[in-house]
Ligand binder design. Structure first.
Ligand SMILES: [Zn+2]
Length: 690
């Protein structure tokens, strides 16, 4: 433990010392939490005190404060969380017999003045009078603009039995969203709002979180036998009476979680940019982004990696390590280098998987099963995928702190997109079977866009029609929309924009429109209608070949304007030329159609029997397009979207029509493509949220 302390102080000092060299914008500091908490593992109780310094960021005085009391979601079956989830989340179920939890603020004082008389529970989202997840506190006098106040808060909380991220099972504890946390007072201009006001939503079944930037110092007291993983760096450890007190600090974050389990085995590693950023990825990024390798590598720093493993998963820790190092390398190149000194990867027990696969700042929970460590199941890259996904959130929820209540796609969707790109680059398949058969991450997501939709991507998390719709729109539909933009824009233009977005909005709170504003600079055809039908609508799309014929074209025959017969003798049967000396050209007619409302430009390829081909781009603004051509050879095949640029095409199998002899894709390739399509359809019915 001592060794860890020394190392983290060293790395932390290195980071702060070189802050200007990193050229990172610092966030505006709004909160400063100094928390002291003790855990009673038998009773599952937390006893906490916090000093919260809060600065009013608005240009207007503020007469009341709002707090999240997230654990009251688990207080009883009347909470909004329970009403919406039915006590079930991400395939895990609440223990209704004795799994309840709560958080009670027992005192709150401002400069010694008691504020509890001003307490009132509110339900801004659904008016549920029995929800206790938002506490409003009216103040004896308003907080002036830019004034910093200091509050002393005490609270008691009981951990729920874990099924939705936080809680315990046996003596494993995952402690997230656990302390009285002030909501976000958004000043005018932040997230494009016109007037200042609180943004403090209730805890919903389908929503995550949103908070202000600041510094944390957290002191955790618990029995000595526990191994603790936490956000931030450990700066001190003291022991007394069989208990220990651990102190962690972290600046420039907006969330703080920790975990404790006597069974954790801690593995330590170091991300060393000189060794762990693959040369070929640097070259690739340098070429596509138009920046020199030196420029790209400049902000990289070593990052300490800690893996908190369950003993029965110990042999699998290096798989986490590999994925984690790759994710640090990829994000550093394509977004910007990771600015914190450490990452903690938490491996929850198999009976506590309700805590698995969840992001926090500088810490996340992954998750695996013992049986996934055995051949041939090692071909299932679930472990790597979860790692890359959850660490990715460290960027899209962590460093670009979007409002996950209101715009969940900005976190889950952008993150699912980068996850697929990273999985593809590093591992190729998320599930690989014998004989070279595998499913890519993108394939598994693409299956989802073929399902019918009832909500726009941009919808408040608790306002989607169903939990399924939240899942589909926040994750794969949003991810595939980005993939669509990428394919239309091409690698260079897309990734330069993407990186500009990431750099501009780090340590800030971007909105959907901030992202789209950057994408608008790509100048894509029909982009506005596309945005209206995807981000703000429920558009679907199926391109198909409606008709394709190709026949010999006769020279003109009949009566001319003067009424004289041309090229025929009235009363005599016309003589067909012999097949082999027939040199008449072919007239080919092709009709392609678009079902659905997405006006995406698409390529149309005509292949001819003599091997020639001809290609055009249909702008996709009309419902159908007719092509007519006269050419020496017979049309053999029509292919819509030959390069597979249209991600949203619901059924790619009606994109091809054979007319004559085809030299194109072999029968085996067609069978493989069809098998993949069946896999996609199957996946769309079993797909679940990571
Ligand atoms: Zn996620």
């Amino acid at each position: 433990m001592k060794r860890i302390v020394a190392a983290s102080l060293l790395v932390a000092a290195g980071l702060w010392g070189s802050r200007t060299a990193l050229a990172l914008d610092a966030p505006r500091k709004i909160v400063d939490y100094d928390i002291k908490v003790s855990l009673d593992p038998e009773k599952k109780l937390l006893d906490g005190r916090e000093t919260l310094k809060w600065t009013n960021p608005a240009s207007v005085p503020v007469g009341e404060l709002k707090f999240h009391l997230y654990w009251n979601a688990f207080r009883n079956n009347r909470s909004t969380f329970f009403r919406e989830s039915g006590g079930q989340l991400r395939r895990d179920r609440a223990d209704l017999a004795n799994g309840w939890g709560y958080i009670d603020v027992t005192s709150m004082a401002w400069d010694g003045q008691d504020l509890t008389a001003g307490f009132r529970f509110e339900s801004p989202d659904d008016g549920n009078p029995e929800d206790r997840t938002v506490l409003s506190v009216s103040l004896p006098r308003p907080v002036a603009p830019d004034e910093t106040i200091s509050l002393d808060i005490s609270w008691k909380a009981k951990a729920p039995r874990v099924f939705a991220r936080s809680g315990y099972v046996r003596d494993f504890f995952f402690v997230g969203q656990w302390f009285p946390k002030i909501g976000v007072l958004e000043p005018a201009g932040l997230r494009r709002r016109t007037d200042a006001g609180w943004n403090c939503h209730q805890y919903h079944a389908n929503s995550e979180f949103y908070a202000d930037w600041g510094d944390y110092r957290v002191e955790i007291t618990l029995p000595e036998k526990f191994v603790v993983g936490s956000a931030g760096a450990l700066v001190s450890e003291t022991k007394a009476d069989g208990k220990k007190t651990l102190t962690y600090v972290q600046s420039r974050i907006h969330d703080f979680a920790w975990t404790a389990d006597p069974r954790y085995v801690v593995k330590e590693s170091l991300f060393d940019p000189a060794k762990d950023v693959p040369k070929e990825e640097i070259e690739r990024a340098s070429k596509i982004l138009g920046r020199t390798p030196e420029e790209l590598m400049r902000g990289f720093r070593p990052v300490k990696l800690l893996f908190y493993m369950q003993p029965d998963h110990l042999s699998q820790w290096t798989r986490y390590e590999d994925a984690q190092k790759w994710a640090l390398a990829w994000f550093g190149l394509w977004a910007f280098p990771y600015p914190y000194a450490q990452v903690s990867v938490i491996d929850p027990p198999e009976d506590g998987l309700g805590a698995a696969g969840m992001e926090y700042q500088t810490l996340y929970t992954a998750g695996t099963f013992k049986w996934l460590g055995r051949w041939p199941l090692t071909g299932i890259r679930e472990q790597e995928m979860v790692c890359i996904h959850e660490f990715g959130h460290g960027y899209w929820y962590g460093l670009l702190a979007s409002n996950e209540f209101e715009e969940s796609w900005m976190d889950e969707g952008i993150n699912s997109f980068t996850e697929a790109v990273m999985m593809d680059r590093r591992y190729r398949y998320i599930a690989q079977f014998p004989f070279g058969v595998g499913i890519t991450d993108e394939n598994s997501k693409r299956a989802i866009v073929s399902a019918p939709d009832f909500d726009p991507i941009v919808t408040k998390a608790w306002q989607y029609s169903t939990g399924d719709s939240y899942g589909r729109n926040s994750y794969p539909r949003a991810a595939e929309t980005l993939e669509q933009i990428r394919r239309l824009a091409g690698e260079e233009r897309f990734w330069r924009s993407f990186r500009r977005y990431a750099e501009r909005w780090r340590f800030d709170h971007p909105t959907s429109e901030d992202f789209l504003e950057e994408m608008r600079t790509l100048g894509l055809q029909n982009f506005e209608p596309f945005v209206r039908k995807t981000f703000y609508g429920t558009g679907e799309l199926d391109f198909r070949v409606l008709r394709a014929v190709s026949e010999r074209r006769d020279p003109m025959t009949g009566y001319d304007d003067a009424g004289k017969p041309v090229a025929f003798e009235p009363g005599k049967k016309k003589k067909e030329p012999k097949k082999k000396d027939d040199t008449r050209p072919y007239e080919s007619v092709v009709v392609v159609g678009r079902q659905g409302e997405l006006p995406i430009p698409v390529d149309v390829l005509l292949r001819f029997e003599n091997g020639a081909s001809w290609r055009t781009t249909w702008d996709g603004t009309t419902k159908w397009l007719r092509l007519r051509t006269t050419y020496a050879s017979r049309l053999s095949q029509v292919v819509l979207d030959p390069d597979g640029k249209v991600v949203f095409d619901r059924d790619p199998f009606n994109n091809v029509k054979n007319v004559g002899k085809v030299h194109g894709p072999s029968a085996a390739a067609k069978v493989r493509a069809y098998a993949m399509h069946l896999v996609e359809i199957a996946l769309s019915s079993v797909w679940s949220l990571p």
